[in-house]
Design a protein around this ligand. Structure first.
Ligand SMILES: *Cc1c(COP(=O)(O)O)cnc(C)c1O
Length: 358
C-alpha cells in the first residue's frame, strides 16, 4: 500500500507501535483483565491531564460527547457560541434534542470576545454555554479561559461545556483553573490514535447538575457510565477494547514526552506553518487567535488545492482543502498528534517545489 502521511486535521498519523497494540487478543469486557486495563488507562489519563475531575472514556466519535453534553447538562436553555462549522454542529445538536438554543455567532476566521459573551449571558440566564476551544474549520483558537471567566463573573452556575476535540493533548488546557465544567475530545486528533474513542472530563458541579436532568438518554447517560466506572471499572455497553489497548500504549508515550513538551512541540509546528503561510500566501484566521494544531492558509494565489493534493499524494503527503464554504478559498495544514516541526518543514518544502514557489 502507498503510504501517505496525514497533515490533515484528523484523523492524524498513528505510530506503528500504537497500531500494533490494536492486535492484542480480545478479552471480555466484564473480565478482571478489562477492569485492570480501564483502571490503568484512567490513572494515566489523570496524570497526563492533571485534573481531579471525573474522566470518562466512551466508544464513539467526538460528536457523540457533544450530544452527551447537551443531554446531560441542559434541561432547557443553552447558549451555543459559533465561530465555524463545529460550533454550527453543536447548535444543531442542541436544537435537534429539543433544547431552547440561542446562538452567538461571529464571522468565520474570528474568535468570540469575552465582552460579546458576557453581554449575552447578562441578557438571559443559561444553564450552559457551549464553546469550541479550537475551531478546526477556520483554524481559530478561542481565548477559552477569558471566555469562561466572562461567563462565571456574571453567572457562576452556568456550566461551561467545551469542545476540545482538536486541542486537548495539543494545546494548553486547564480544567479546574479555567473554571470549565465539561471538556470533550476524540481519539483521532491531537491524541494521535485511530478514531473511535471519546474522552470527557466532568467537573463536580456539572456532575451534580446531570443528576437532576431528565431524559439523559441511554447510550450517553454520563451518570450511568460513572456508576459503572466507579463500581466496577467497566462500561455499561461493550467498549472498543482494541482502542483501549492503543490508548494505554499511547498514554505511556505521552507521559514520557511530558504534556508541556507536547504542547510546546505543537506550538513550534504551528509557528513553522504560520511563517510559511505568511511568506507565500496569507493566514485566514485572526492573527491574535491562531490555532496550535491546524493552520488555515488563505489561498491568495488562487492555486488548485485538488491538484496540489494530487501531486502531494504521489510524494506521500496529504493536506486538507478548506472546510465547507471555505473550500478552494483556503487550505488547511494539520499539525497535531505525534508529528514534528521537521516533518511539517518537509511537507512545506514539497509544496514549494510542486508550486514552484520562490
Ligand atoms: C473533528 C472535530 C469534531 C468532530 O469529531 P468527530 O470525532 O468527527 O465526531 C468536533 N469538533 C471539532 C473542533 C473537531 O475538530
Amino acid at each position: 500500500m502507498h503510504r501517505v502521511k496525514l497533515f490533515i486535521p484528523g484523523p492524524t498519523e498513528v505510530r506503528e507501535e500504537i497500531l500494533e497494540a490494536l492486535h492484542r487478543p480480545m478479552i471480555g469486557h466484564r473480565s478482571p483483565e478489562f477492569s485492570d486495563l480501564m483502571d490503568r488507562v484512567l490513572h494515566k489519563l489523570r496524570r497526563a491531564l492533571r485534573t481531579d475531575f471525573r474522566i470518562q472514556i466512551h466508544t464513539s466519535s467526538g460528536s457523540g460527547l457533544m450530544e452527551a453534553a447537551i443531554r446531560n447538562f441542559v434541561e432547557k436553555d443553552v447558549l451555543v457560541t459559533v465561530i465555524g462549522a463545529f460550533g454550527e454542529r453543536w447548535a444543531r445538536i442542541a436544537e435537534s434534542n429539543g433544547k431552547n438554543t440561542d446562538v452567538l455567532a461571529v464571522e468565520w476566521g474570528e474568535a468570540i470576545t469575552p465582552e460579546q459573551l458576557q453581554d449575552a449571558v447578562k441578557k438571559k440566564h443559561y444553564e450552559a454555554v457551549c464553546i469550541t476551544h479550537n475551531e478546526t474549520s477556520t483554524g481559530v483558537m478561542n481565548p477559552l479561559k477569558e471566555l469562561a471567566d466572562a461567563v462565571k463573573d456574571v453567572s457562576p452556575d452556568t456550566l461551561i461545556l467545551v469542545d476540545a476535540v482538536s486541542s486537548m493533548f495539543g494545546a494548553p488546557l486547564y480544567f479546574g483553573d479555567w473554571q470549565l465544567d465539561f471538556v470533550l475530545t476524540g481519539s483521532q486528533k491531537a491524541l494521535a490514535l485511530p478514531p473511535g474513542l471519546a474522552i470527557g472530563v466532568i467537573s463536580e458541579n456539572a456532575f451534580e447538575k446531570a443528576l437532576t436532568v431528565k431524559n439523559r438518554g441511554y447510550y450517553f447517560d454520563l451518570v450511568e457510565m460513572q456508576k459503572y466506572v466507579d463500581e466496577r471499572r467497566q462500561t455499561p455497553t461493550t467498549p472498543g477494547i482494541s482502542l483501549f489497548y492503543a490508548l494505554d500504549a499511547q498514554l505511556d508515550r505521552i507521559l514520557e514526552e511530558g504534556m508541556e513538551a507536547r504542547w510546546e512541540r505543537h506550538r513550534q509546528m504551528a509557528e513553522v506553518a504560520r511563517e510559511w503561510a505568511r511568506k507565500y500566501f496569507d493566514l485566514f484566521a485572526d492573527p491574535d487567535h491562531l490555532s496550535w494544531t491546524v493552520t488555515t492558509v488563505a489561498n491568495t494565489r488562487g492555486i488548485s488545492v485538488a491538484e496540489l493534493n494530487a501531486e502531494l499524494h504521489k510524494r506521500g503527503f496529504t493536506i486538507s482543502d478548506g472546510y465547507g464554504k471555505l473550500k478552494g478559498k483556503t487550505f488547511r495544514i494539520g499539525h497535531m498528534g505525534d508529528l514534528t516541526p521537521a516533518e511539517v518543514q518537509e511537507l512545506l518544502l514539497n509544496i514549494e517545489s510542486i508550486l514552484g514557489l520562490e
